[in-house]
Design a protein around this ligand. Sequence first.
Ligand SMILES: Cc1ncc(COP(=O)(O)O)c(C=O)c1O
Length: 390
Amino acid sequence: MPFNLNTLVRPNILALEPYRCARDDFKEGILLDANENAHGPAIQDLDDEEQLLQLHRYPDPHQLELKKLIVEFRNAENVFDVDKQDIITPENLCLGVGSDESIDALIRTVCRPTKDKLLICPPTYGMYSICATINEVEIVKVPLNLDTFQIDPEEINKAIANDPTIKIVYITTPGNPTGTLIDFKLIEKVLNNENFNGVVVADEAYVDFAPVGSSLATLVNKYPNLVVMQTLSKSFGLAAIRLGITFATKRLAGILNALKAPYNISTLTSSVATRAVSPQSIKHMREVVQLLNSERSRLVDELLKFPNVSKLLGGESANFLLVQVVDKKGDPSSEDAKYIYEKLATTKGVVIRYRGNELGCPGGLRITVGTKEENDILLEKFQDVSKDLL
Ligand SMILES: Cc1ncc(COP(=O)(O)O)c(C=O)c1O
């Protein structure tokens, strides 16, 4: 069946009328309409900036100013051929409590519990399966090509043809734990599948660490079955505020906005997020990304000098690296990788992530790029610990 939101979206969600907040009707005056506390917060030493936030009032459910800044940023970096009428606007956005909430919201929008399915491409981010399980949605797995960590669009399209209950294809680009940017031409083969009544999600949590112009966010009007997810947790360094962004057609974004809790984005979060996506902060973000990316290259060079690190398993498009640990014989060794991981954490105070259990990642360790000083310590301690195994 071809893509059709009227049949794709669950009927109960399609019929939702967005919750009308008290403030949607009247914004000014003596506000006695939302059962707030007119005396203000129960904190007596708020500073001037905090006073201005009006923390006793419910937050703005629409976040228009923040959305405007986000689309300006992504439109400015767009490298694709996009017709004037397809340029993204704030109406293409739905904001979530981190992209983890956005992932869950999309599943609840299109997947009927116990009936529909979600396709993932392992090795990939773990939350898709967790959200699917919570929503009683079955998972279909079409592994990445384990040599390149690119998706296999032919296999994905075959799975879709075999099972019309697949409603979402989740593609992580750049991948986690792979760090590999997925070639858009491969994603396009799934987007152009005329027999798929479902959406293709590009989860771009790490996209700013890939070359500028890698984001597909500006393509959601051109490809109505494309959904792009981003977050301020990584390149913008704001994991604590929990701000995720879904880009979709205006119609689908409208449906997602109707489904979300009206006040999901707190005033504190939107205030910090709005500052973070100002042109000045974006410039700073880009400088930090450059610094992290040059440290990433240095880490690759240095890690590959260790005799028990044989190669980079993944790509160099995120703020982490996936390396392969080998034993004395030169064979990939998850046992040795686990030893290094545990020893680093318990005796050296350096915490990385063991990924040897992931599909196609034998001997895998995932290392987040830190500051120069942190990376120096990691390299020194890694070498110390590895010596035990030689
Ligand atoms: C691929 C991917 N998507 C989404 C997320 C979640 O991000 P957020 O902090 O916005 O919930 C992560 C976090 O690690 C991730 O790796």
